[in-house]
Ligand binder design. Structure first.
Ligand code: HEC
Length: 153
């Protein structure tokens, strides 16, 4: 009897812990940028590259390899961007001014991260700079989405 009570109490606790039924998803207010599928693929591949750069920065720092971390941070920065020659033609003209500003912020944040690591930043300072990098990602992700030509913006 005591056991049965215990298990029904456990059941109630479980039910109380279940998430409430899903509410309507919030409307997507991000501004769509219409790209061709080749342009979209190019942009998204670059985005996946940023995750890779951040992963390399963090794993290098975790193993005390500051030079490796600096080199990975430079991959997301201004100088590396300037060497890219594979931009699909016409893509640069499709970016709104605010996008370009956020892109520049992303590049500058990686520059600062690399510079700080090179200058002997403490772990806390490096985390602050990494957080600034991630803020630039999050700000743009909150503002824009990519759309295909067939989609009504
Ligand atoms: C200037 C704008 C901008 C910046 C800065 C930016 N992103 Fe993105 N990113 C986007 C957009 C737009 C998408 C597509 C989202 C959508 O269509 O739903 C995207 C998609 C992605 C994706 C998904 C890739 C895929 O294959 O679907 C990843 C991962 C990503 N971004 C990582 C990052 C990281 C990490 C950073 C920062 C270092 C970053 N992005 C900075 C705009 C940006």
């Amino acid at each position: 009897m005591i056991l049965r009570h215990a298990s029904s109490a456990a059941c109630l606790a479980l039910i109380a812990a279940l998430p409430a039924p899903a509410a309507e998803p919030a409307p997507d207010t991000r501004v769509p940028i219409v790209l061709t599928s080749a342009e979209r693929e190019y942009v998204l591949a670059g985005m996946r590259g940023h995750i890779q750069e951040i992963q390399t920065v963090t794993s290098a720092l975790a193993s005390g390899d500051r030079e490796g971390a600096r080199a990975a941070a430079l991959q997301g920065g201004t100088r590396h961007f300037a060497t890219l020659t594979d931009h699909p033609p016409g893509l640069a003209e499709k970016w709104p001014a605010a996008w370009k500003q956020m892109l520049r912020a992303r590049l500058a944040s990686f520059d600062a991260l690399a510079e700080g690591i090179g200058d002997g930043d403490s772990a806390t300072q490096t985390m602050q700079r990494l957080s600034t990098v991630l803020q630039t990602c999050a700000a743009c992700h909150a503002a824009y989405r990519l759309a295909s030509g067939s989609e009504k913006p």
